[in-house]
Design a protein around this ligand. Structure first.
Ligand code: GDP
Ligand code: IMO
Ligand code: MG
Length: 439
């Protein structure tokens, strides 16, 4: 299968990193197409005492697969300090990062954008988004208002200086007059960015051309999303979203691969729901069950360490993810976390002011007032972490997955039963061209 997109179905942290790592072995390229170091992917290789845990933020999860070329696409925003910190961290653990390629068109997160992210959140007070504070929003805002700095600008000092000075003309007014902060010096910014140039130069390519040529050769390309469907700037719970397109459409604009070359879309769906930061969350639990999911699922942010908000699975969101992304296969993760519950509720619809909604409400105000309609599924108590086939799962766990499949309207092709690389049930072959059914 030449080009496959992998996205998150909910509000992030579904286990995209683990799924990408799993598919990495059969891919020639893994491309990150949106977001930046706001993402946090935990990947566990091996198990028990010898388990190796990796936390990736900016680098594509394919970096851990030696046979695959990791690519940072044009849709990503790059913090160069973080890029080299992450590379050095992996190299010191024996991971070869020499194949990494970075798009010349990717935008660079500047020091003033990191500052603006933090001061804007503080200024918003109770209306804050709860961002990761990494400068993501201001950098994408600069991209859209055409005052951004791109990776390729670093190779022309004159152009770089002109662009930084032009951006700072406005930013410094905002920083000083609205936020009461010291003005930023263009020399300092240019100096910092230029300090990375020589290390960066050999990695930078026209990645759209590189990927087009790879696809022409018949190579396999996996396009890996950061964040998720409901954090997408167009289709998420705006304004409580990230500033990029995290849905399947973003894979094309964020990589330069045209839609006609995409063969399948895999969405990762956690068996329950979590969210970090502010914004509406209909199935959120504030009782012992929420605490149970947080503890059992170790739901603390990989990037900021914040406790994740937890709730039951919401299949209105699952259906929405199927529709917006054109999902061909789902991977349901963390089914093991639901073990030991008498019943497992699934949200099948919402009620808003007495009216039932089977699909995502059109208006954000309705979504804020959505009350979940639950269906109670019988639970299971058996340890499922060693199951490697669907048939080995307890009957009630099988029923849960089958009901989810019916409700979200796409097949569940793999099921996560633990954090480790091997803790997965592969139910259907995912690497086939759409329409050619397998498994
Ligand atoms: P991502 O941002 O979508 O890559 O997800 P994160 O890495 O932020 O969060 C997912 C967490 O769940 C990580 O700590 C994974 O190691 C862990 N994980 C992934 N799949 C499973 C699973 O099937 N079961 C369990 N118990 N943990 C999992
Ligand atoms: P992965 O890839 C969960 C959330 C932040 C905040 C909002 C905007 O690990 O799934 P930003 O810094 O992007 O401007 O913050 O988006 N957010 C995430 N939540 N997982 C992520 O990434 C996230 N990336 C951003 O918490 O609510
Ligand atoms: Mg994460």
């Amino acid at each position: 299968m030449p080009a496959v997109v992998l996205v998150g179905a909910q509000w992030g942290d579904e286990g995209k990193g683990k799924a990408t790592d799993l598919l990495g072995d059969s891919c020639d390229y893994v491309v990150k197409f949106n977001g930046g170091n706001n993402a946090g992917h935990t990947i566990v290789i091996g198990s028990g005492e010898t388990a190796e845990k990796y936390a990736l933020h900016l680098l594509p999860s394919g970096i851990l697969t030696p046979t695959c070329t990791p690519v940072i696409g044009n849709g990503v925003v790059v913090d160069l300090a973080v890029l080299f910190q992450e590379i050095d961290g992996l190299e010191s653990r024996g991971v070869d990062t020499s194949k990494l390629v970075v798009s010349a068109n990717a935008h660079v997160i500047t020091p003033y954008n990191r500052t603006l992210d933090k001061v804007t959140e503080r200024f918003l007070g109770s209306r804050r988004i709860g961002t990761t504070g990494r400068g993501i929003g201001p950098t994408y805002a600069d991209k859209m208002s055409r005052t951004g700095i791109r990776v390729q600008d670093l190779f022309d000092e004159n152009i770089l200086r002109q662009k930084v000075e032009a951006a700072l003309d406005i930013k410094n007014q905002v920083l000083a007059k609205i936020y009461n902060r010291r003005a930023v010096l263009a020399d300092d910014v240019v100096g910092e960015l230029l300090s990375y140039v020589e290390r960066l130069r050999p990695m930078v390519r026209d990645t759209s051309l590189l990927l087009e040529e790879a696809l022409d050769r018949g190579d396999t390309v996996l396009l890996e999303a950061g964040q998720a469907t409901l954090l997408d700037v167009d289709f998420g719970t705006y304004p409580f979203v990230t500033s990029s397109n995290a849905t399947a459409g973003g894979a094309c604009t964020g990589s330069g691969i045209p839609p006609t070359r995409i063969d399948a879309v895999i969405a990762i769906l956690k068996a329950y729901t979590t969210r970090v930061g502010e914004g509406p969350f209909p199935t959120e639990l504030f009782d012992d069950h929420g605490e149970y999911l947080r503890k059992t699922g170790a739901e603390y942010g990989t990037t900021t360490g914040r406790p994740r908000r937890c709730g039951w699975l919401d299949t209105v969101i699952g259906r929405y993810a199927t529709r917006i992304n054109g999902v061909t296969d789902f991977v349901v993760t963390k089914l093991d976390v639901l073990t030991g519950l008498d019943t497992v509720p699934i949200c099948v619809a919402y009620e808003v002011d007495g009216v039932r909604h089977d699909e995502m409400p059109m208006s954000q105000s309705d979504f804020h007032h959505a009350v979940p309609v639950y269906e109670e599924m019988p639970g299971w108590w058996e340890d499922i972490s060693e199951c490697r086939t669907f048939a080995e799962l307890p009957a009630n766990a099988q029923r849960y997955v089958e009901r989810v499949e019916e409700l979200i309207g796409a097949r569940v092709s793999a099921i996560g039963v633990g954090p480790g690389r091997d803790a997965i049930i592969e139910r259907h072959e995912m690497r086939q061209v759409r329409g050619r059914e397998a498994g």
